[in-house]
Design a protein around this ligand. Structure first.
Ligand code: GRF
Length: 197
């Protein structure tokens, strides 16, 4: 029997990276299982994709909780009940609180559409284009309490082509996101399982 680390993917939107992780985890020797998808939006389109793939979902609205700590404590409880060991943020549009991040230190990954440390935060593609860079990309990093900070595990580069706008560039970057996120998750999962890479 293959040993697999249980993973929760956090989303707020379309969930294409989530779908890439679910697909990758179907491979026989992949060291992680996507056991849960968490969303702060009950109508996130990604939730339907998760259900269709047979993955359990947990959606909750922060407005139903007194504050961020209570909201994140509810998520934390759910993750522990399900023996989750790694969290993958994939278009999760809320900044996690320091207490939650500390509790999961070294076990939360995020994907960001830029070559970090460049272009942290929103509208990374627009800002890269505005600067006239000729190369852009994406990064998977470990999450700390600073936004889009923390050690980078894997990056992928793409060229910026003449005539690119934010949409065309985003499409090119997204192809790479879907490739490197499963790779980075596998790497972290193997570390936790102490399997030599
Ligand atoms: C991706 O570009 C990711 O890098 C960023 O948010 C977007 C999410 O897209 N953090 P999707 O929901 O995975 O399709």
């Amino acid at each position: 029997m293959t040993l697999r680390v249980k993973v929760a993917v956090f989303i707020s939107g379309r969930g294409s990276n989530m779908a890439a992780l679910i697909d990758a985890a179907r491979a026989k020797n992949y060291p992680a299982e996507i056991a849960l998808v968490v969303s702060n939006k009950a109508d996130a389109p990604g939730l339907e994709k998760a259900r269709a793939a047979g993955v359990e979902v947990f959606a909750l609205n922060s407005k139903d909780f007194a504050d961020k700590d209570a909201f994140e404590a509810a998520i934390d409880r759910e993750l522990r009940e399900r023996d989750i060991e790694i969290i993958c943020l994939a278009g999760y549009m809320r900044i996690l609180g320091a207490a939650f991040v500390e509790r999961w230190r070294g076990r939360i990954l995020n994907i960001h559409p830029s070559l970090l440390p460049a272009y942290k935060g929103l509208r990374a593609h627009e800002r890269a284009l505005a600067d006239g860079v000729d190369e852009h990309g994406c990064s998977v990093h470990l999450v700390t309490s600073e936004l889009d900070d923390g050690p980078v595990l894997i990056q992928a580069r793409v060229p910026v082509l003449p005539g690119d706008d934010a949409e065309t560039l985003a499409v090119r970057v997204l192809v790479e996101e879907h490739r490197i996120y499963p790779e980075a998750l596998a790497r972290l999962a193997r570390e936790l399982l102490a399997i030599p890479t």
